[in-house]
Design a protein around this ligand. Structure first.
Ligand code: CXF
Ligand code: ZN
Length: 377
């Protein structure tokens, strides 16, 4: 800490899945030259937050989670150029900026992803947040936005374009994770071609974003598969031309609809059997994109002749190969044109309803819960 008096904030502390998130007073560390302090207006809740709560990811607990924050810049470090105090910004994942992946603007595959996003501290090991004067785990995805104030890094902050000044930050908050992942998988990773068929397995935030993006790309047909009929109805509103319930021979129906096979299959479920079935639907040169979180012990098996002979590809995808500086503004522009209507997925909750919001996500009642944490003005 410097001699400057510390900034106070309220943050939701996660201590695991045996107790609810609890909102408590914290103080922030002084900014480093490349950091910004953001007054958080809203933050989406993602399954990754819950995976950390459930100890499925190696993030140390207790911790302040939240990685889909949006807010107003209050203070910037001396080297920051991406935004200035008063700017409206969205936050996403952090990256090192100098590894071979970052060098080719593919920061989702940053060689130093863990220390920059999941260590609970800055990559140099220093804490960004204190509770009762003691360092605590935070800096989650370079932000920890389940809090009224967040310290973020130049590399994970994107200024909302002036042209989108009329779009409330509480709507834009979730753009930097699942939405960007699904849309990026279609538009950037698989580079879906117009006129080719695609099937999307799972209609959570990532799957729904992929459906909207498939429509932008001109894929046809766009087939949504899920076990939840309500979700399938929303998928059709967003651009799916066909929606099949997985419990009702979806694979057989897809074969019937597209006897020549599919150009693309995209799995967001992480379920081994779903991926294998999806793979079996591919046409020659078809791409199987995989983004779902799977059991770490799972392996996939493919027939080698079909794999090589048909020039089929299996593609692991993280974060939709998003390059934040260019892709988030692209997505905001699609949203303004009405081509990326992700507002249909959002359910809003007040910050102190964080546990209710999580419940609504887990019950499937809300696709994308967003916490309203502070006002824009
Ligand atoms: C992440 C994974 C790494 C890149 C950005 C998105 N997923 C978070 O839930
Ligand atoms: Zn996420």
């Amino acid at each position: 800490m410097t001699d400057q008096s510390p900034i106070h904030a309220r943050a939701a502390i996660c201590r695991g899945n045996s107790e609810p998130f609890a909102i408590q007073d914290v103080t922030l560390d002084a900014l480093r030259p490349e950091e910004l302090r953001i007054r958080v207006v809203a933050c989406g809740i993602c399954h990754t937050d819950l995976a950390v709560r459930d100890k499925q990811l190696p993030v140390p607990l207790p911790v302040v989670l939240g990685h889909e924050g949006a807010g107003i810049v209050e203070e910037v470090g001396s080297d920051v150029t991406v935004a200035k105090p008063g700017d409206r910004v969205v936050m996403s994942f952090n990256s090192c900026g100098h590894c071979p992946s970052c060098a080719v603007d593919a920061p989702t595959y940053c060689y130093e992803f863990f220390p920059h996003n999941w260590s609970g501290m800055r990559a140099d090991g220093s804490p960004t947040l204190f509770a009762d004067g003691e360092p605590m785990n935070a800096n989650f995805f370079g932000q920890s936005s389940f809090a009224t104030q967040a310290i973020a890094h130049e590399r994970n902050v994107v200024k909302v374009p002036e042209s989108a000044a009329d779009i409330p930050l509480e709507r834009l908050a979730p753009i930097g994770c699942g939405l960007m992942t699904g849309a990026g998988a279609v538009l950037r990773s698989m580079k879906v071609r117009a006129g080719l068929p695609i099937a999307i397995f799972g209609t959570g935030t990532v799957g729904m974003a992929a459906i909207m993006a498939a429509k932008i790309a001109g894929a046809d047909p766009i087939i949504a598969v899920d076990v939840n009929d309500n979700r399938l109805a929303v998928a059709k509103e967003l651009g799916a031309t066909h929606a099949f319930n997985a419990k009702d021979d979806a694979i057989g129906k897809i074969r019937e609809l597209c006897p020549q096979g599919l150009g693309y299959v995209f799995d967001t479920t992480g379920i081994n059997k779903v991926i294998q079935d999806a793979w079996s639907l591919l046409a020659p040169m078809g791409i199987c994109g995989i983004v779902g979180a799977s059991d770490p012990a799972d392996n996939l098996t493919f027939n080698e002749a079909e794999f090589m002979g048909g020039g089929r590809r299996v593609m692991g995808i993280l974060g939709g190969d998003s390059d934040l500086v260019t892709f988030l503004p692209d997505l905001i522009a699609y949203h303004q044109e009405g081509r990326f209507p992700f507002e249909k997925l959002i359910g809003y909750f007040n910050f102190d309803q964080i546990n209710e919001a999580i419940e609504a996500s887990e019950s499937g009642e809300v696709v994308k819960p967003v916490l309203k944490i502070g006002s824009e003005d």
